[in-house]
Design a protein around this ligand. Structure first.
Ligand SMILES: Nc1nc2c(c(=O)[nH]1)N[C@H]1C(S)=C(S)[C@@H](COP(=O)(O)OP(=O)(O)OC[C@H]3O[C@@H](n4cnc5c(=O)[nH]c(N)nc54)[C@H](O)[C@@H]3O)O[C@H]1N2
Ligand SMILES: Nc1nc2c(c(=O)[nH]1)N[C@H]1C(S)=C(S)[C@@H](COP(=O)(O)OP(=O)(O)OC[C@H]3O[C@@H](n4cnc5c(=O)[nH]c(N)nc54)[C@H](O)[C@@H]3O)O[C@H]1N2
Ligand SMILES: [Mo]
Length: 764
């Protein structure tokens, strides 16, 4: 592996420390951890001011996850979580990666730093340029930076030779302008982080219920009788979701967790906002914990459906016949297909105990208001789309969609990833979007589909694309097949990143590279017409505003809309400019929102409605049982049981997040709930597998993956004994990303298979 992408342990690491996994989630320890992060990385006045403004009316949206605020208000003061505070402390650090920093360190030297050390170097304060052949970034003026990109883009033979990536933190306004610019330039090469995230959900849901978004609201979670949480670790990745689960339980609801790991946040929750709860020790969450084998979910869902069908046929009306008759098609085919499976072998296939699955069946049989939540544990599989379709099958049988307390709940990742899609960040937007966009701005928007993330890597690798532009994110580290992606980026003529903090994508670069620093969510965005706010859409389709509160970290930063506007002016030839008035839109974001209203359905009266602090719901037909999959019905699907066989020396490895990171940004080295700290190059393995392989705690192993005849490996991972099913392994993302073969992606959604990597391990 190339030295530049080796993910080294941080300079401060003294090796790994192991403790028993925590029994309780959040509570005082979480408060302590938030305060310590704020103290260590932020100036005190900033920390105070920002914490009073986060997730508040007239404040800014937390730059962490996409979990919604309560409908009747924004969050109560202080209703943000430990990891939200870490996200803020990371964005608003008092340390600066200024021109002096870049002049002191060569790219080669920085490449030897860990992701943690790199990120902690501070906020990028000036636009930086790496000339061809140079090993140091140097300061460049904004004008020169735009001129370089503009000249390059104007001289490309074909607009499809350029790639424009988006990460999901980008606001609606920036995303809309960016999509407009890219289409005016002439391409739909708009890969985004969603391709690696909830693409399988979008695909599975739109093919069955007709809309790629979830159907539930926060209120529904409070009202549900049963919530099943599959392949998700909310205690770490969506901590505010635990409040909703707590309310559901207080209202008498039951919670089922489905996960190969016993995640602390799913077991127990002590609400940090309620002092009495802290004293009384909090609440138990999961009533049933199904610790299944990696990718055992379809088998589990089939087992539940087999029993429900059996009972129903025997005269116990546990399914909603009336709903199915009126609103769905395909039930007979599904029933037919289920005959080839039997309960016992599905339960065994999932790696579960019969008694636990029977208890689960009982909850499904005796309740009607059912919600299923899921995240990456379901989407990042070869059968990721099938996983979602099987969830829909179960909900449809129960009539558990489009009524209070019931429905689908894909829990989104980045804070505006859902909004970016709504704004048109997608390589295959439908023709009607292009017609409307073209009409609004007097140009012909290209309809030919562009590349997704996997496609982008291949295009660069094959020399078909020479220009990469990243609107946020960390393409090198977030994508699969790290070594191949590195070669792809290095084959470009120019790589450009709009960023807040240094990351590895700045170090694995094209011939020339640019870093364009932007203001963050928490910072004041001042344009010619005055103080601007932006808007975002949360996981439940509510659009609301976000207004920064702190002076920008440097006077040289531009907002993302401003960067797009200036790029458009530099890169679009006169005949391509249509009627877009970039200066006016960048000067006053209300004008961008007026255009969004004109192009995208559901945004009527946008500027007025979004000024109300609560925001507004976008239309969601599935919520009202207006299913739109082709024939106005919801569709059952026939899903095959995925083959999960392994040879005795093989394992399935999942790559997951620790409690101390935000995707590729490493907050710290403490995976607190799992009791693993000090190092991230670790692999979790069951004690019995360790015994079988004669491995001891802290032994170093090489891990090799196998896909279609080719191998990938990572070296020197420490073995950590963990409560995980046999032949299943867990390692952290992004350290284990080199193991994911570029062609190993989900059928139908092309999402890289980050949760089911077939590997062997070898002791060093
Ligand atoms: N603090 C923090 N918050 C975040 C993020 C972050 O990195 N840090 N990332 C954001 C983003 S972009 C996203 S997409 C979300 C991600 O949120 P999650 O999806 O919760 O993130 P992962 O760590 O990938 O967790 C996947 C979970 O699925 C389980 N799992 C793995 N394979 C399987 C399987 O085959 N079946 C089942 N049932 N379970 C499985 C794992 O044990 C783990 O608990 O969080 C968002 N919020
Ligand atoms: N193996 C494996 N791979 C995965 C996953 C996995 O579970 N396993 N998860 C996948 C998922 S779900 C996702 S969403 C992707 C994430 O992929 P990305 O979204 O590309 O990655 P992030 O790590 O979230 O991006 C972090 C960078 O964003 C920049 N940034 C932060 N805030 C801002 C801002 O306000 N504006 C701008 N312009 N830049 C900003 C900072 O410079 C920071 O370094 O990774 C995917 N990759
Ligand atoms: Mo994500």
């Amino acid at each position: 592996m190339s030295d530049k992408i080796q993910q080294r342990p941080p300079a401060s690491s003294n090796g790994v420390t192991l403790k028993a996994p925590a029994k309780k989630g959040v509570g005082l320890t979480a408060i302590k951890s938030s305060v310590s992060h704020m103290r260590k990385w932020m100036d005190a006045p900033d920390a105070l001011k920002a914490s009073l403004k986060m997730n508040q009316k007239d404040g800014f949206d937390c730059p962490g996850c996409a979990w919604p605020d309560p409908d009747d208000d924004r969050s109560s003061i202080g209703e943000y979580c430990e990891n939200g505070i870490k996200a803020l402390a990371e964005e608003r650090t008092k340390f600066m990666a200024d021109p002096e920093f870049w002049s002191q360190h060569t790219v080669t030297e920085l490449s030897s730093w860990s992701d943690y050390d790199l990120g902690k170097s501070g906020r990028i304060t000036h636009p930086m340029y790496l000339p061809a052949g140079a090993d140091k970034y140097e300061e460049i003026s904004w004008d020169d930076a735009f001129a370089k990109m503009g000249n390059y883009l104007k001289n490309l033979n074909d607009p499809n030779e350029a790639i424009f990536y988006t990460s999901g933190r980008t606001s609606n306004e920036a995303a809309f302008l960016y999509g407009l610019f890219v289409r005016m330039y002439g391409t739909n090469n708009l890969p985004d982080c969603s391709n690696m995230c909830h693409e399988s959900s979008g695909k599975g849901l739109s093919e069955t219920v007709g809309i790629g978004k979830g159907s539930v609201t926060l209120e529904d979670l409070h009202e549900a009788e049963v919530i099943m949480i599959m392949g998700q670790n909310p205690g770490t990745n969506h901590p505010r979701m635990l409040n909703a689960l707590e309310t559901c339980k207080a209202n008498g609801g039951k919670i089922i967790a489905v996960n190969p790991l016993k995640e602390t946040g799913l077991i127990h929750y002590t609400n940090p906002q309620k002092p009495l709860r802290i004293l009384s020790g909090g609440v138990n969450l999961a009533d049933i914990y199904l610790q299944l084998r990696i990718n055992g979910d379809v088998a589990l869902l089939k087992a539940i459906m087999i029993k429900l069908l059996e009972r129903h046929e025997q005269g116990d009306p546990v399914l909603d016949e009336a709903f199915m008759k009126e609103y769905t098609v395909g039930y007979e085919d599904l029933k037919q297909s289920m005959q080839q499976y039997d309960f016992d072998s599905c339960v065994a296939d999932a790696g579960l105990r019969k008694s636990d699955v029977l208890k689960t069946v009982e909850l499904f049989a005796t309740n009607k208001k059912i919600i299923i939540c899921w995240a990456m544990g379901l989407t990042q599989h070869v059968n990721g789309v099938d996983n979602i379709k099987e969830i829909v099958n179960l909900l449809l049988m129960k009539g558990a969609i489009g009524k209070p307390g019931a429905g689908t709940c894909p829990v989104r990742g980045h804070s505006n990833v859902q909004g970016d899609r709504t704004m048109g960040i997608w390589e295959m937007m439908p023709d009607v979007f292009h017609d409307r966009l073209g009409k609004a701005f007097g140009f012909r928007s290209p309809k030919e589909h562009g590349c997704d993330t996997v496609g982008a890597i291949k295009m660069m690798k094959e020399g078909k694309s020479k220009f990469f532009f990243g609107m946020g994110g960390n393409f090198l580290s977030a994508t699969p097949d790290t070594d191949l992606t590195a070669e792809a980026l290095q084959a470009c003529d120019m790589t450009v990143h709009v960023s807040t903090k240094p990351n590895r994508s700045h170090l694995i670069h094209g011939k020339e590279a640019l870093i364009l620093p932007c203001i963050g969510r928490s910072e004041i965005d001042m344009q010619s017409s005055g103080y601007q706010f932006v808007t975002v859409e949360n996981s439940m389709g509510v659009v609301h505003n976000s207004k920064g509160a702190l002076e920008p970290s440097s006077t040289h930063l531009l907002s993302e809309p401003d960067i797009v506007g200036r790029l458009a002016k530099a890169a679009l030839a006169n005949e391509k400019k249509g009627t877009a008035n970039w200066d006016a839109m960048v000067g006053n974001y209300d004008l961008i929102r007026d255009k969004i209203e004109e192009v995208i359905p559901g945004f009527d009266n946008y500027n007025k409605r979004v000024r109300d602090g609560k925001g507004f719901y976008l239309p969601n037909p599935a919520r009202d049982r207006r299913f739109r999959a082709g024939d106005a019905k919801a569709h059952f699907s026939v899903v095959e049981l995925p083959p999960n066989e392994l040879k005795s020396n093989e394992f399935h490895l999942m790559t997951i997040r620790s409690h101390d990171q935000y995707n590729t940004t490493i907050y710290g080295l403490d995976d607190r709930y799992r009791g693993i700290s000090g190092d991230r190059r670790i692999v979790m393995m069951s004690k019995s597998d360790m015994k079988r392989l004669q491995l001891k705690t802290d032994d170093r192993v090489d891990i090799t993956s196998y896909f279609k005849g080719s191998e990938r490996s990572v070296s020197a991972f420490r073995v950590v004994p963990y409560d995980i099913p046999n032949q299943c392994l867990g390692a952290y993302f992004p350290e284990a990303n080199p193991l994911v073969h570029i062609d190993n992606f989900a059928r139908g959604s092309r999402t890289p298979v980050s949760k089911l990597i077939r590997v062997t391990v070898e002791k060093l």
